[in-house]
Design a binder for this molecule. Structure first.
Ligand code: AMP
Length: 363
């Protein structure tokens, strides 16, 4: 028998059998739904595509546009809590969900606009790359004068996996870079000289409890994450205490409920925040097998008001390699490897640059 409303929320906890709405039906939604099912929850996916990969592992699916307020309200009505798997969502239709939405829209408004995010980070007093808002070629020229070269131009909105970015190495590159990002409102960041990249993945409950996972070193190629590995090396080890404190402080200032990721550059002066993702993250996929608790289960726990679990490693070494585009051709070899955990997202066409799956090796 499904739980009654009274049973569903016992002291703020959502009971098994309750329904979790997930806005966005990509691989992150898919892995959230798998974790939620393990805890006895039902997931309802909302996505504009016909057959998103999260829908095939969820109890129900509604196809609808992210800006369709009426459709989102109808989708959310029977859900006991609603969450999201990516940040580029119009917030208007979500504001109406009130406390049912976890994390709340503030985590979206701050992180979906790079200029708003940088103002938030500046106000929090954390180390970030020197930056300037760029709205036209004249302000790009002013940014070059103020920040020096090289600098990286990034669109304020809708950038991911290195998309919507262009380097400016000389003043002659400025017009080409401005064109390359589609002449859209942007931020210019000083090109940082970093030794390595890493991320802190943390979960926060409504009551302010925070857990973070051990930090992984992240290796990117052309703006796309290729590999995360633990241990991250001495240089990152020396910076991760400060970085974890920064991530916990940022989660607190956002009032974030759920998992949140902060990406860092390990620079000589200390950890420099690159960006915040208000969600589970590709660099945390290793937690499924490499930690006592996966980022996906912890997110479900946090949004359902359940206690957070232990985030310790289960082995001294863990690595996660993304399977991107044509990497799927390695499947024969990977599936025969006795200690490789192969995850495929069943996203259909293996286009170049598209994340199709990942492989985790523990110990
Ligand atoms: P983002 O989309 O902001 O995460 O950027 C994608 C990748 O570009 C990062 O993981 C870095 O490898 C590189 N990158 C971003 N911002 C900078 C910067 N200010 N200086 C140097 N490299 C950067």
């Amino acid at each position: 028998m499904p739980p009654t409303d009274a049973m569903k929320r016992i002291e703020g906890r959502l009971a098994p059998g309750s329904t979790i709405g997930i806005i966005g039906g990509g691989q992150l939604g898919r892995m959230l739904a798998i974790a939620a099912a393990g805890l006895g929850f039902r997931c309802h996916i909302y996505d504009p595509h016909e057959a998103p990969c999260a829908a095939e592992v969820a109890a129900s699916f509604t196809r609808g546009a992210f800006d369709d307020a009426a459709a989102i309200a109808a989708f959310a009505a029977p859900c006991d809590v609603v969450t999201y798997e990516f940040e580029n969502l119009p917030t208007g239709p979500l504001d109406a969900l009130g406390d049912k939405l976890r994390p709340a829209t503030r985590s979206l408004t701050v992180t979906q606009d790079r200029a708003a995010e940088k103002r938030f980070l500046d106000a929090a007093g954390v180390r970030i790359a020197p930056w300037a808002a760029v709205d036209d070629e004249a302000s790009l020229t002013a940014a070059i004068d103020a920040l020096g070269l090289p600098l990286l131009l990034k669109t304020r909105r809708f950038g991911y996996d290195g998309k919507g970015q262009a380097w400016v190495h000389t003043t002659k590159d400025a017009a080409v870079a401005w064109d390359a990002i589609g002449c859209r409102p942007a931020v210019a960041e000083r090109g940082m000289d970093f030794a390595a990249e890493f991320s802190v993945i943390a979960a926060r409950t409504k009551d302010g409890d925070v857990t973070a996972w051990p930090v992984s070193r992240n290796i990117h190629d052309a703006g796309i994450l290729r590999r995360s590995e633990i241990p991250p090396g001495a240089l990152i080890d020396a910076q991760c205490g400060e970085a974890v404190n920064v991530a916990a402080m940022l989660a607190e200032r956002l009032g974030h409920v759920g998992v949140m990721t902060v990406e860092f550059f390990a620079c000589a002066a200390g950890p420099v925040v690159n960006e915040i993702a208000p969600r589970v993250h590709n660099s945390g996929h290793w937690t499924i097998e490499g930690s006592m608790t996966s980022q996906f289960e912890q997110h479900i726990r946090a949004i359902c008001g359940l206690p957070l679990r232990d985030t310790r490693l289960v082995a001294a070494t863990v690595s996660m390699d993304n399977l991107i585009g044509g990497d799927l051709a390695q499947w024969d070899a990977l599936i025969a490897e006795p200690d490789a955990h192969v995850h495929l997202y069943n996203k259909g066409e293996a286009r170049p640059g598209r994340k199709m799956g990942h492989v985790t090796r523990v110990g």
